[in-house]
Design a protein around this ligand. Sequence first.
Ligand SMILES: Nc1ncnc2c1ncn2[C@@H]1O[C@H](COP(=O)(O)OP(=O)(O)OP(=O)(O)O)[C@@H](O)[C@H]1O
Ligand SMILES: [Mg+2]
Length: 302
Amino acid sequence: MRAADYEHMDLLLPETKEMLDSNGDDRIEYLRTDKWIPYPRANQILKKIEELLKEPTKTRMSNLLIVGESNNGKTSLVKKFWRSHPPSDGLYEDAYPVMYVQAPPVPDERRFYDAILTVLLVPFRHRDAPSQKIADISYYFNKIGTRMLIVDEIHNILSGSVPKQRAFMNALKNLGNQLAIPIVLVGTKDALMATNTDMQISSRFKPEHLPVWRLDREFVQLLASIETTLPLRKPSDLATKELAQEIYRLSEGYIGEIVAVIGEAAVVAIQSGSERITTKEIKESGFIPPSKRRVITELESG
Ligand SMILES: Nc1ncnc2c1ncn2[C@@H]1O[C@H](COP(=O)(O)OP(=O)(O)OP(=O)(O)O)[C@@H](O)[C@H]1O
Ligand SMILES: [Mg+2]
């Protein structure tokens, strides 16, 4: 069969369409590559981050805090933003507009600066004074035009005592002031607690929530968008009521699980030759909803 013969191919992304004639293994590999699927809430937040990046420098820069449940697309979203402002070669103005780092596993100011200096490829010693590290960061950010700092996994800092958390958040806020760039924090809803250690800080980080999905029209639209990325030779019509309900039940509304349920069912569809996802392929994939997986893990660990 030639690509021209697949009835639903105009509903697929161009790159997905090109995969249709590939063998099963190649299509399964393609299925497993990360793809960005847009949805309204993500677009809104991306727009907010974009506005922040465009904001002119002022003494008190605005910041953002992106909060959501685990496995619900926070990291994917900020990485998508990062990719739309990619670093370019060379050491010149605007070479590295947006920096992405993860918060250290404990609220330790020095380790946080180390993480940034590591991305910058600047040699440092862990025991160097924080003021020295900040001066280095400031120098290099200026040199390569870094205008925004994204700090993921900010809930990590809750592993320390409250005074340590507070000190860390203060250091973050001061770094933003000193560099005169906006900071975007990203974390689970526990991260809200971290910023709430201090009014001064919570008022500087405006939370934007990435809620768990509900079984509504937007969810069905998301399923239709995901279907455009599936290299299956027949249409599945994921947006039909029965399939949407089943995917919702198994995913419990987390985008990571939604993508996973559909991906695993698509693998079954390719391997069995059925080439479409129905409740049968979903069942055969043996997908277990996240809450049940947690119970099983707890039971197994005694
Ligand atoms: N917009 C999207 N398009 C396609 N896939 C997505 C999208 N958002 C999330 N995913 C999928 O969901 C998975 C989980 O998303 P992500 O890692 O961004 O969640 P998270 O909220 O950062 O989770 P955690 O709190 O555990 O860090 C990703 O690996 C990716 O496969
Ligand atoms: Mg994440």
